[in-house]
Design a protein around this ligand. Structure first.
Ligand code: ZN
Length: 239
């Protein structure tokens, strides 16, 4: 059976003295080891758009597809993760908060503030094959907003990012993993062909593309756990 793991990362950098949420950090050396392991285990990284085509039978799947995703769009992706991805011939999808490009993660006050990617860095990575998706316009939980606001968050971020990138933006990551049937329907209407959740297990062909599950990786994840989560779906639940 063809399974499709999607990994979630946030910041790839040294951990500051008061990180706030340790679960948002992976050390550069850990990331390097994980990407080298994926290459050694025969995984091929693909974008979510490619997965949509594969599950529809319009594109052939590599033997072991995987997606590497980053939420929020931190500059550490440019500085520390992108060089590693390049070295291992991998692509990734970065979910940007369209209204905060070049700023910091100011939507969460009790977390260490880190620099986000600016327009030039995004353009450089995009030209090199890194894919970008939407993490909404302001990173508010969509389930707490009226429908018109949800539509605004999804439309405004998509159109702004498409203008910035000069290409279609078709994937979405729900902030705080907050979604429901209504939010998913609006996401479809707003032009997203795929959307990812914060956590879960492996995906199969029949997994709803508006609710693709992801495997969260953080600095506490050992390489053995990393391998287990990829190989055994039950280990990936409840992360
Ligand atoms: Zn986020």
């Amino acid at each position: 059976m063809l399974t499709f793991p999607i990994l979630t990362y946030h910041k790839v950098q040294a951990i500051p003295p008061a990180p706030g949420y340790l679960c948002n950090y992976v050390l550069p050396a850990q990331f390097e080891r994980q990407m080298a392991a994926l290459e050694a285990w025969g995984y091929t990284s693909i974008t979510l758009e490619q997965w949509v085509e594969i599950r529809a039978g319009r594109q052939k799947s590599p033997k072991r597809p995987i997606a590497i995703t980053f939420d929020d769009g931190y500059r550490s992706i440019y500085e520390n993760a992108w060089p590693v991805l390049r070295r291992h011939g991998m692509t990734a999808t970065v979910f940007l908060v369209a209204g905060s490009i070049g700023e910091t993660n100011h939507w969460v006050k009790d977390e260490a503030q880190e620099q986000l990617l600016n327009q030039a860095e995004i353009a450089e990575m995009s030209a090199d094959g890194i894919c970008f998706g939407s993490h909404t316009f302001t990173h508010r939980p969509l389930t707490a907003l009226p429908q018109t606001e949800v539509l605004y968050e999804l439309m405004r971020s998509r159109t702004d990012l498409e203008t910035l990138l000069g290409q279609p933006v078709t994937s979405l990551a729900y902030p705080y993993n907050k979604h429901n049937r209504g939010v998913r329907a609006i996401a479809r209407r707003a032009g997203y062909r795929s959307a990812v959740l914060g956590r879960g297990r492996l995906n199969a062909r029949w997994t709803n593309p508006q609710a693709l599950m992801r495997i969260a990786v953080d600095t506490r994840t050992t390489i053995e756990e990393f391998e287990n989560r990829l190989c055994h779906p039950r280990f990936a639940t409840g992360l």
